[in-house]
Design a protein around this ligand. Structure first.
Ligand SMILES: [Zn+2]
Length: 352
């Protein structure tokens, strides 16, 4: 009952924050019945926008804020679509092959600026559970399971509207610590090729090491994408509140469209892209994930202060503390995504 009460309060908060943040966005009014509580709130549309769709080519499905407290990706996707519109106006011969459709990931989390409400939306894409949620009445679903069902339906609708031989999933994220700028492909060749075109270090095997990410579900064809080929890459743009994270996410989106063949290789190069290329030269182009420190809700995990992404760590180094005592690095390497926020299911990652 306590969680229902908390959730009700969060939803009330949603409506207010939405009106400030999404001035001018199309909205709809929804009523949700969570257990014994009937909740009224105003929701924005999940779809941020779209571009193209007149010429054949890949279908690019892009997501921002799959974690609700990561607004940079949503902002960036809106800006990328504006850039494309402006380019089309500036140059009548501008061609866009295929179609781009951009979505907000965790809509309820995003509207209440929370990473997630009940479950991490990037850890629950397990086929059996998703199929079970799809069978249920939407009004009986709470928080993230409802998000999963709505995303599934939205993706299916776009695939039906624009049948393509190739479907690209792009998932934009930010982190709580500084300096986390990298791409994470799923393990198909096409995804790795795409990740390498985003001008940032590529982290291999990370998608495989975490439980139930959206992109693994997508790469496995579970959105019923066959016979289309699927490529899937996540982009980590930096710290949540850093304005540069928005610019980097715009660059990643445009670079992804270029790599997928939607736009000509010579168009829409920006100063931000040059900055990102220069910045990335200080890091290795490809690293492999070697260790993930998973945490449970009762671990009371606390990262020691001062760790940055790609910072070198030594085997045995005291990285964090939890209810069992000090948490030591199990190997030499570089730390990624040290957790400096309350919510999260992974304490840190180590790459080599
Ligand atoms: Zn995230």
């Amino acid at each position: 009952m306590r969680s229902v009460l908390l959730f009700q309060r969060d939803q009330q908060k949603c409506a207010a924050s939405h009106k400030i943040r999404f001035f001018g966005s199309p909205i709809r009014n929804d009523t949700y019945n969570y257990g014994c509580f009937l909740i009224f709130f105003t929701r924005m549309n999940r779809k941020i926008g779209e571009f193209g769709g007149k010429l054949p080519g890949p279908l690019v499905l892009a997501f921002g804020a799959l974690h609700g407290n990561e607004p940079a990706g949503v902002d960036a996707l809106g800006r990328a679509i504006q850039m494309l519109e402006k380019e089309k106006q500036r140059d009548p011969s501008f061609r866009f092959n295929g179609k781009l459709v951009a979505f907000v990931g965790n809509l309820q989390g995003f509207q209440s600026s929370m990473r997630f409400l009940e479950k991490d939306l990037n850890r629950i894409w397990n086929l059996a559970e998703v199929q079970s949620w799809l069978q249920q009445d939407k009004e009986s679903l709470c928080a993230e399971p409802l998000e999963v069902v709505e995303i599934f339906e939205a993706v299916r609708l776009e695939i039906d509207r624009f049948p393509a031989n190739e479907i690209v999933f792009l998932d934009l994220h930010t982190t709580s610590a500084d300096g986390g700028i990298f791409s994470i492909p799923t393990d198909e060749t096409g995804s790795l090729a795409l990740a390498r075109e985003l001008y940032v270090p590529v982290i291999l095997r990370l998608q495989d090491s975490i439980e139930g990410p959206l992109l693994k579900f997508a790469a496995a064809g579970h959105f019923k994408t066959a016979p289309a080929r699927v490529s899937a890459v996540a982009f980590e743009a930096g710290q949540h509140e850093d304005p540069q994270s928005v610019h980097r996410s715009v660059v990643a989106t445009i670079s992804c469209l270029r790599a997928a063949g939607c736009i000509h290789p010579g168009v829409l190069h920006t100063e931000e892209e040059q900055m990102l290329r220069r910045f990335s030269t200080q890091f290795p182009p490809v690293v492999i994930l070697r260790y993930v420190h998973h945490i449970g809700p009762d671990d009371a995990f606390r990262m020691r202060p001062g760790y940055l992404n790609f910072q070198s760590v030594k085997k045995g180094e005291h990285l964090a503390d939890d209810v069992r005592g000090p948490v030591l690095s199990p190997l030499d390497g570089m730390i990624l995504m040290p957790l400096y926020q309350v919510k999260g299911s992974d304490g840190f990652f180590i790459v080599q």
